[in-house]
Design a protein around this ligand. Structure first.
Ligand code: NDP
Length: 317
């Protein structure tokens, strides 16, 4: 049978490119889990995805109720779940004041980490676990922020979760800190990088807790710098103008949305990328390899602590 893959944030950029790449193989039915139904419908049509090769379902990761509602709707659809891709993200690089999710958590960490944490846990337990598909996978998008072996991974402000005191305090801002490490001042660029460290730590903790028991593959990836996506929409205009050529000609880390989409599609379905607990990257010849994570992004003690605090914040503990 066809595999069924849920991709969050499939209405633009990498998520859309991967949705298209997978749907075109004919081997996958893609569930596009998106916050803006109409935008997703237009994006799928605009990308030339064939009717019947995808289903759009509403999901707003900035609301834990919406996450639970999505899981209910998915259950009612009767579809099996064979792969989950936690791809959606927001990035507020110039923000100096926090914004908050429906549950009152700082937005970058609330959407990129906490919303996906709840979604992954519920879908793993209720669906992925029960699928009879030969190779089931749960993928969470990482970022170069976790690589210490690259220039871009060392550009300030660097990610740093500290002792997670801000997260434990609920990332509320007004009555505490909106930053995971408990800093008093808010830095939108760092909040995004911190959320990506959470994504990579969560993937490894899922691997440690569930891989042996379930046989499910847990993986993360850095698909390359896709400097043209909407992720940079909140950056200053000059940055948006110069960033793509900078990545193309100086760092040479630039990849097109189509190429990045193919890379993500490989992590979903390529038999040679079935190993669990891996953070995939690609070299200049577009060959995949198992990359090393920074010390913080691979710290098992921090991953365990992050897991326990996150469970409380999303109402699982
Ligand atoms: P885009 O901004 O193009 O796509 C992000 C997607 O997330 C959009 O579909 C957006 O929806 C969705 N989204 C944002 N907030 C929410 C929410 N509250 N609920 C549901 N969906 C939401 O960015 P990219 O394609 O570049 O990013 C995709 C992933 O790739 C991210 O995880 C990012 O961290 C990662 N990545 C990107 C890199 C790059 O260079 N671009 C490099 C490394 C990693 P909408 O269309 O409605 O805005």
């Amino acid at each position: 049978r066809q595999g069924v893959v849920v991709i969050t944030g499939a209405s633009s950029g990498l998520g859309l490119a991967a949705a298209k790449a997978l749907a075109e193989t004919g081997k996958w039915h893609v569930v596009m889990a998106c916050r803006d139904f109409l935008k997703a419908a237009k994006a799928a049509k605009g990308a030339g995805m064939a009717d019947g090769s995808y289903t759009i379902m509403h999901l707003d990761l900035a609301s834990l109720d919406s996450v639970r509602q999505f899981v209910d709707n998915f259950s009612r659809s009767g579809m099996p779940l064979d792969s989950l891709v936690c791809n959606a993200a927001i990035y507020r690089p110039t923000a100096r004041t926090p914004t908050f999710t429906a549950d009152g958590y700082e937005m970058s960490v609330g959407v990129n980490h906490l919303g996906h944490f709840l979604l992954a846990r519920l879908l793993l337990h209720h669906h992925l676990n029960k699928s009879d598909y030969p190779s089931r996978r749960l993928i969470i998008l990482g970022s170069i922020t976790g690589n210490t072996n690259t220039l871009a991974g060392n550009i300030p402000p660097k990610a740093g979760l500290g002792d997670l005191r801000g997260l434990a305090g609920g990332l509320r801002g007004q009555n505490g800190s909106a930053m995971i490490d408990g800093s008093e001042s808010f830095d939108g660029a760092k909040a995004y990088k911190d959320s990506k460290i959470c994504n990579m730590l969560t993937m490894q903790e899922l691997h440690r807790r569930y891989h042996e028991e379930t046989g499910i593959t847990f993986a993360s990836l850095y698909p390359g710098c896709i400097a043209t996506t909407g992720l940079f929409r909140e950056h200053i205009p000059l940055f948006r103008l110069l960033f793509p050529p900078f990545q193309k000609f100086i760092t040479k880390g630039f990849v097109s949305e189509a190429e990045a989409g193919k890379r993500l599609a490989q992590v979903v379905s390529d038999p040679s990328l079935g190993k669990s607990g891996v953070y995939w990257s690609w070299n200049k010849d577009s060959a995949s390899f198992e990359n090393q994570l920074s010390q913080e992004a691979s710290d098992p003690e921090k991953a365990r602590k992050l897991w326990e605090i996150s469970e409380k914040l999303v109402g699982l503990a």
